[in-house]
Ligand binder design. Structure first.
Ligand code: H2P
Length: 828
């Protein structure tokens, strides 16, 4: 075999096409046990992954050794969700091997795209929050920051969605049914954690009181490591995901006492913990299991962190907060605060104050939503059952907080105490995880400027009075490696040729592309690329839905979780308005539009599912109506996920970011779409505001009420019926939905939307924003008629959104929160 060159910086092998080919065939033989003449596409894909892993593991070893030798401070990202998508092309791109692999596979008679399709999405997340975590760990590795992601190794990720007569059907997702070539099981780092049981108060010989937790159950956590390859062969960090199993010890006991069946049941119950990802908005279902999931992963992770710390520092805790910073991705991992206190106070026998001081220098908390229903609360009685010692610790944290902080600033003010208490009083007292997170963290951030402002003014104003410096902002970002370079290779090449190829790691470079926005030749290239991407998407649409769409129409795309506040139903009302206008005026003049949706509704969220059903039924009618003459098409893409987003985003002309102002914390799809040259139709909400600042008001279609106007309207008293009666178009559309026009023979099937907007009071102000939304779309229609003008706007979008790289978000976290140092990886 030919000699491989080794990169001086990382020690990763730099291999050429020939060597890659040899490696793939070698793995086909020795890892897959098959041969060139009979290998399936799966086997080829696996063999190629194994070849890629040879490079990945070099980087992984070097990274881990360098971090160990340099005893680096490291970030520990705690997240219940990681929406990774596929890793094959991502890893190849980040290793700089994509072109070689494509060539090597072609020489072996294989198409790289076919191999890519062998990989299941790793869908261990619901939406933006989980995808943000995935972008962040990509950036951390790329920027050479020592970091590890911790989460759960769910057996089933987010459910697979299909439609049956327009209704959403959910089926389990089994992303690793036949194993996953990217993960490494680490039995040597197994942890055991406890739940249930009771707490005993004991006194030692000196009369000192001690709390002893006698757990009812022990569960084993088995770590699976997924190497996270930085772009351009920088660090290879790790995503460590815990799988739950029955503890051998515990199980053996049960088994020995004659309980073979009981032992098997124990196994099943223990394994249940990492079985499924909870869909968002799944009210009430499995509360106990969800709390156990949260505790399971944070307890395993903290033990893992402490094990690593002790290896270097022994029992001396004085450097712990210097070495360890833990970012809580939302409140989901907040139970790690009392868990670290338990470890320090009960196990390490540290004084409370000293332990609390460590905690308050270790944890930082990101808030991702202001929606009250999404702010986690756990019934005290549930905590008492599952984590009795932690409840006691939370009570003590709260007692001290109320006395030492709240009562000092507001002496004797019981209302303040009631509002700020970590425990919500009432018939069924609750533990407020948001409060706990703020009290236990040294920094709290929102995810876009406006959102961080609202966190301070509306959510935690008193906490701000207590700790003004605790609150900060870090606007979200997305990795341009996956969301431009890999998913839109044609545009990436055009950018390379015009502005050089540094933009993937220095996205501000994109601003240089603005100089070409008036250049007719570049405009043409840009639009030709969009056209090709649209044609490719049209093929995907045809394959998945059998619907023909015209790549020359405007592709208008809304892709995100289905939620009333994201207002997919506002989009639907606009579609209905256009359809009605066409029926009333057969010559209605509009640029043909294809409306594309991608969204999953939480299985228990009834209205969200009704909205999907309504969109599908309206789509069916419109798509078959000859009178429309192809001016309108509506497509709901089944099973929206990262892989589908990668096909839809490069093909979008219009990006729908239409949440009620004040409700979308940031959004990240808005950034991806603008980056790929889509023009946003959006409210002044979340990061839309910052996108508008960057791209300029000529290049974005803003509509609707502002946050302040929304507040004023609610304060005045919002009556949605006023809009229904005042605007004949709104009335006609809502009444139309009640007939059997879209559901022949079944009137009323689509009435849920009207009901929620009228009887339900329209909590997200759909009707209030409707008129201005329609106007924004009329503006978009007129913009599109001027193709050169449109090209300019689209190009300026791409050129202006350099701010929204997740590399910038990470640098903001580093300077505002984490205080990390870069660590250059050395080869041995
Ligand atoms: C959430 C917020 C988004 C935000 C994202 C990441 C929870 O994502 O709603 O506004 O951009 O976190 O911070 P999502 O709704 O997509 O699940």
């Amino acid at each position: 075999m030919k000699k491989q060159t080794v990169s001086a910086s990382t020690g990763m092998s730099q291999i050429n096409t020939e060597q890659l080919k040899e490696q793939i065939i070698r793995h086909l033989h020795s890892t897959l046990g098959t041969d060139v003449n009979k290998a399936s596409p799966q086997a080829w894909w696996r063999a190629t992954c194994a070849a890629v892993n040879e490079q990945v593991y070099d980087g992984l070893r070097n990274t881990q050794r360098t971090h160990y030798e340099q005893n680096t401070r490291a970030l520990h990202y705690f997240s219940l969700e990681y929406l990774m998508g596929r890793l094959f092309s991502n890893n190849l791109h980040n290793l700089g091997l994509y072109e070689q692999a494509k060539q090597a596979l072609a020489e072996l008679g294989l198409n790289i795209a076919d191999l890519e399709d062998q990989e299941e999405d790793m869908a261990l997340g619901n939406g933006g929050l989980g995808r943000l975590a995935a972008c962040f760990i990509d950036s951390l590795a790329t920027l050479n920051y020592p970091a590890i992601g911790y989460g759960i190794h769910y057996e089933h990720g987010l459910f697979q969605q299909s439609f049956q007569d327009g209704r959403q059907i959910e089926r389990p997702d089994s992303w690793r049914e036949y194993g996953n070539p990217w993960e490494i099981c680490r039995p040597e780092s197994v942890q055991e954690i406890s739940v249930y049981g009771y707490v005993e108060t004991v006194y030692d010989l000196q009369g000192k009181m001690k709390k002893v937790w006698h757990p009812g159950r022990i569960i084993k956590g088995v770590p699976w490591d997924i190497p996270i390859v930085g772009y351009n062969g920088s660090s290879v960090n790790v995503l460590r995901l815990w799988e739950s199993r029955a503890s051998d010890f515990f199980n053996w006991d049960v088994f020995n006492s004659g309980g073979y069946i009981d032992a098997a049941r124990e196994n099943i119950e223990a394994e249940t913990i990492s079985k499924v990802l909870y869909p968002n908005d799944e009210t009430d279902a499995g509360k106990e299991l969800r709390l156990i999931q949260q505790y399971f992963f944070v307890s395993c992770s903290l033990k893992d962190i402490i094990r690593r710390y002790k290896r270097a520092h022994g029992d001396d805790w004085s450097d712990f907060a210097k070495q360890v910073v833990i970012q809580l991705n939302d409140t989901h991992p907040a139970v790690s605060i009392p868990e670290l206190m338990r470890i320090l106070v009960d196990r390490a026998e540290m004084q409370w104050d000293q332990a609390w001081n460590i905690c308050q220098h270790v944890f930082a908390y990101t808030n991702h939503t202001l929606l009250p229903e999404a702010l986690e609360k756990w019934p005290v009685r549930l905590f008492e059952k599952v984590l009795p010692r932690h409840l006691e610790i939370i009570y003590e944290i709260n007692r001290r907080f109320l006395i030492e902080q709240v009562d000092v600033l507001w002496p004797g003010d019981n209302d303040k105490k009631r509002k700020l208490s970590i425990i919500e009083e009432g018939h069924d007292p609750m533990v407020r995880m948001g409060h706990l997170s703020v009290v236990g963290s040294f920094k709290v951030n929102g995810v876009a400027e406006i959102h961080s402002q609202l966190v301070k003014s509306d959510l935690f104003p008193e906490m701000v009075a207590l700790w003004p410096d605790k609150f900060t902002n870090v606007t979200n970002g997305v990795t341009p490696r996956r969301w431009l370079k890999a998913c839109n290779p044609k545009l990436a090449k055009l950018l390379d040729s015009k502005i050089g190829d540094n933009w993937p790691t220095d996205l501000k470079q994109l601003s240089k592309f603005a100089a070409f926005a008036d250049d007719p030749a570049v405009q043409q290239s840009f639009m030709a690329i969009k056209q090709q991407n649209k044609a490719e998407l049209a093929t995907v649409v045809k394959k998945l839905t059998q619907i023909d769409i015209d790549p020359h129409a405007i592709f208008d795309i809304q892709i995100k979780r289905l939620h009333e506040y994201k207002r997919q139903h506002l989009n639907l009302l606009h579609i209905l308005a256009l359809y009605r206008r066409i029926l009333q005026d057969p010559d209605y003049d509009m640029v043909p539009r294809v409306f594309l949706f991608g969204a999953k509704a939480a299985p228990g969220y009834k209205l969200a599912k009704e909205i999907i059903y309504a969109i599908n039924k309206v789509a069916e009618k419109i798509n078959h109506d000859k009178r429309v003459k192809n001016r309108l098409k509506v497509v709901f893409m089944p099973n929206y996920r990262v892989t589908l987003a990668e096909k839809m985003i490069p093909a979008a002309d219009v990006s729908e970011q239409i949440s009620t102002a004040g409700k979308e914390a940031s959004g990240t799809g808005n950034m991806k779409l603008a980056l790929n040259g889509a023009i946003t139709v959006g409210t002044l909400d979340g990061a839309n505001i910052e996108i508008a600042e960057e791209v300029g008001s000529d290049n974005i279609a803003i509509f609707g009420l502002t946050v302040d106007e929304v507040k004023a309207l609610h304060a005045k008293g919002y009556n949605s019926a006023d809009y229904y009666y005042a605007n004949p178009e709104i009335k006609a559309i809502l009444d139309w939905l009640e007939t059997d026009y879209f559901t022949p023979g079944k009137p009323g099937e689509l009435s849920a939307i009207k009901r929620s907007l009228l009887e339900g009071g329209d909590p997200y102000l759909v009707l209030a924003d409707f008129e201005s939304y329609v106007k924004a779309h009329e503006k978009v229609d007129s913009w599109y008629r001027d193709q050169a003008g449109w090209a300019k706007k689209a190009m300026l979008n791409t050129a202006s959104v350099g701010k929204f790289t997740s590399d910038r978000s990470i640098e903001d976290y580093v300077s505002r929160v984490w205080q990390l140092k870069k660590c250059n990886i050395t080869a041995q």
